[in-house]
Design a protein around this ligand. Structure first.
Ligand SMILES: *[C@@H]1O[C@H](CO)[C@@H](O)[C@H](O)[C@H]1NC(C)=O
Ligand SMILES: *[C@@H]1O[C@H](CO)[C@@H](O)[C@H](O)[C@H]1NC(C)=O
Length: 217
């Protein structure tokens, strides 16, 4: 059993869940062993399960570069060639408007500080901005930055911002997690147990014990 062949995570650069049209976005499936052959796929409102290079993006190995348009908004993930395990999923939103909220694209760890940035396409990012969570105003910030300290589960929700005279950003989810492994590598636990069994077997323990353990996985 090769642990790395069933664990990967999708990362987005620059790290944001919202973009302006014509922004350059780089997506990549990160893992220890790149030979496992991950493919980047997406669902948009128009087409489902298309892979990088099939009408969108330019790929090299398990990376994909896109000059984004509104129609590139959707859910992205990495999938193994065998159509088996998949990575974390990421929602990307591309706006035709002039304001975006830069929020973490990956789930944030409970206890971390999270900084949100409200920015316009044309002006420096230090304009005053208002931040909303689940439709309600939570803070007005003179510099367009808002930091949530020591995030907890109650900070999860749908966030957006607006800059007076420029408009409102799209909304994005902020997800809070206790452990990265659960999100990025759902098969880790059972893989670990299987590996442990092989180690037991290597040590020459009796096989009926191993069979009983296998049944309980
Ligand atoms: C993508 O679309 C397919 C086909 O409609 C659906 O089965 C799948 O659940 C979707 N995946 C995500 C991550 O939304
Ligand atoms: C993506 O967006 C949909 C709806 O906007 C939401 O239900 C889902 O939880 C989001 N997924 C992630 C991974 O943020």
């Amino acid at each position: 059993i090769n642990n790395s062949s069933i664990c990967t995570r999708l990362t987005v650069s620059p790290s944001s869940s919202q973009f302006f049209e014509y922004d350059f976005v780089s997506l990549s499936c990160e893992e220890d062993d790149s030979s496992a052959g991950w493919t980047l796929r997406r669902n948009t409102s128009k087409r489902q399960r298309t892979q990088c290079g099939d009408g969108w993006g330019e790929g090299a190995g398990s990376s994909c570069n896109i000059n984004v348009f509104q129609s590139d908004s959707g859910v992205y993930w990495c999938e193994s060639r065998e159509e088996g395990p998949i990575s974390n999923m990421v929602n990307l939103t591309v706006t035709g408007g002039s304001v975006i909220l830069q929020s973490p694209v990956l789930p944030v760890m409970e206890g971390d500080d999270v900084t949100l940035l409200c920015k316009t396409e044309t002006t420096p990012s230090n304009l005053p901005a208002a931040f909303y969570k689940d439709g309600s105003l939570i803070r007005k910030q003179p510099t367009g930055h808002m930091t949530i300290q020591h995030v907890s589960r109650s900070d999860e929700g749908l966030y957006k911002c607006d800059i007076s005279g420029h408009g409102e950003s799209p909304s994005s989810w902020i997800t809070v997690t206790v452990c990265h492994l659960v999100v990025f590598c759902p098969y880790f636990t059972s893989t670990f147990i299987v590996v442990s069994l092989y180690q037991l077997r290597a040590k020459g323990n009796n096989l009926s014990l191993l069979d009983n353990l296998s049944l309980s996985i």
